[in-house]
Design a protein around this ligand. Structure first.
Ligand SMILES: Nc1ncnc2c1ncn2[C@@H]1O[C@H](COP(=O)(O)OP(=O)(O)OP(=O)(O)O)[C@@H](O)[C@H]1O
Ligand SMILES: [Mg+2]
Length: 258
């Protein structure tokens, strides 16, 4: 057994926007080198949870420890140090349109680590190769790539700085099933290769099963089920069952407002 603290620990995290309670007491511990996937319906607060860990949103209650250090209410300098531990694949890719593909991948190296451009370019090309993109694609702009290629560029950017922790927000959304599986394999490979800790969000159960050691389901502000990925089919939880089978009928009711 290791004596190292867990990589990420959330304790009783609460986050509201005005009267809208989004996170209502989240408890989750992610071990070093572990891959945890958070599932849950649209608008349940999955992205808010990731943004809270990154310090982009401030919970009004609770604690978030990264490597044993409290990030809630941390000052700018401490936050910069914490941010350097993270790689992030944002929902929607969030590539910079005005930067070339290689510059997107090298962004954290040049801006964050102040690396020389030529050296950063070499690393960017290497990372692009890792996700199956030719060096020549580095000189294109994101708008010149297909959606699947853009996701791969986002993945290359997320791993470019060899971060200790990688967040993936909907890495396979909008991709065809085969490309989604290619991305899943790349995630598993990249995470295992660098020994990173991974926290991912997805609606895609095939992806969750493939990349997760553990799966957590977010519903009405709480993690209502957390367990090994292999147990998801016999969770004994009707909410989880409904979600993973995509049934309209069940305890989860969609709130559709006119
Ligand atoms: N900055 C913000 N200001 C106000 N409300 C916000 C903000 N960010 C998120 N919300 C609200 O918090 C709720 C949860 O949003 P979030 O983006 O976390 O959902 P999600 O679970 O990631 O959904 P999806 O699967 O569709 O991406 C939504 O109702 C959203 O409108
Ligand atoms: Mg989201």
């Amino acid at each position: 057994m290791t004596t190292l603290p867990p990589k990420i620990v959330l304790t009783d995290v609460h986050k509201s926007f005005g009267p809208k309670v989004v996170l209502d007491g989240i408890n989750l511990s992610v071990a070093r080198g572990e891959s945890v996937v958070v599932i849950g319906g649209s608008g349940t607060g999955k992205s808010v949870m990731l943004k809270s860990i990154l310090g982009l949103l401030k919970p009004e209650r609770g604690s978030i420890l990264v490597d044993g250090e409290e990030v809630v209410g941390m000052g700018q300098r401490g936050r910069d140090a914490i941010m350097r531990k993270f790689g992030m694949l944002f929902q929607g890719g969030a590539l910079f349109d005005s930067l070339k593909v290689w510059e997107n991948v090298a962004f954290g190296l040049i801006q964050g680590q102040k690396m020389e451009r030529s050296k950063a370019r070499d690393i960017a090309i290497e990372k692009l190769a890792q996700v199956g993109l030719a060096a020549s694609s580095g000189d294109l702009f994101p708008s010149e790539l297909s959606g699947g290629m853009q996701k791969r560029v986002s993945l290359a950017r997320a791993i470019a700085t060899s971060p200790e922790i990688i967040f993936f927000d909907e890495p396979t959304t909008g991709l065809d099933p085969i490309m989604a599986d290619v991305i899943n394999d790349l995630i598993v490979k990249c995470v295992k290769e660098v020994g990173a800790t991974a926290l991912s969000i997805t609606h895609d159960m095939a992806s969750a099963r493939k990349i997760a050691d553990r799966i957590a389901m977010l519903y009405k502000g709480k993690l209502i089920w957390v367990g090994p990925a292999k147990d998801i089919d016999h969770s004994g939880n009707p909410f989880v069952d409904q979600f993973i089978h995509g049934r309209a009928e069940g305890p989860i009711t969609m709130e559709l407002r006119a």
